[in-house]
Ligand binder design. Structure first.
Ligand SMILES: [Zn+2]
Length: 113
């Protein structure tokens, strides 16, 4: 089952458009799974990631952490972003109950509006 990709990422008051790009490349021309382009308010995901749910989840988390890094001035290196996202995704996948708590919080947030 292909996961539904959000069309926007909201970080504080800012909204970033999530776009799927075939054959996504970085500035050096190398293939990549995702890119956060803060100045353009875009988050790009390589089209092949849609067929790889774990890679898609890790990429979405990775680019989201780049957005958080920008807005909260965390000053994370690329390596720290990579390690944090891998660790966070592993914790979520290894502990379904943890994700259930997050989902319940999301539902409670909607009810409060
Ligand atoms: Zn990165």
């Amino acid at each position: 089952m292909k996961p539904a990709l959000p069309t926007q990422l909201k970080v504080g008051p800012h909204r970033y458009t999530v776009e799927v790009v075939p054959d996504l490349r970085n500035e050096a021309g190398a293939a990549c799974w995702g890119q956060f382009r803060g100045e353009e308010q875009r988050l790009l995901i390589d089209g092949d990631a849609l067929n790889r749910p774990v890679m898609l989840a890790e990429t979405m988390l990775h680019e989201t952490v780049h957005a958080l890094d920008k807005h909260y001035a965390l000053h994370l290196s690329e390596d720290r972003v990579r390690v944090l996202c891998t660790a966070l995704l592993s914790a979520l996948l290894d502990n379904p109950g943890l994700w259930a708590v997050v989902e319940a919080a999301a539902g409670a947030g909607k009810e409060a509006k």
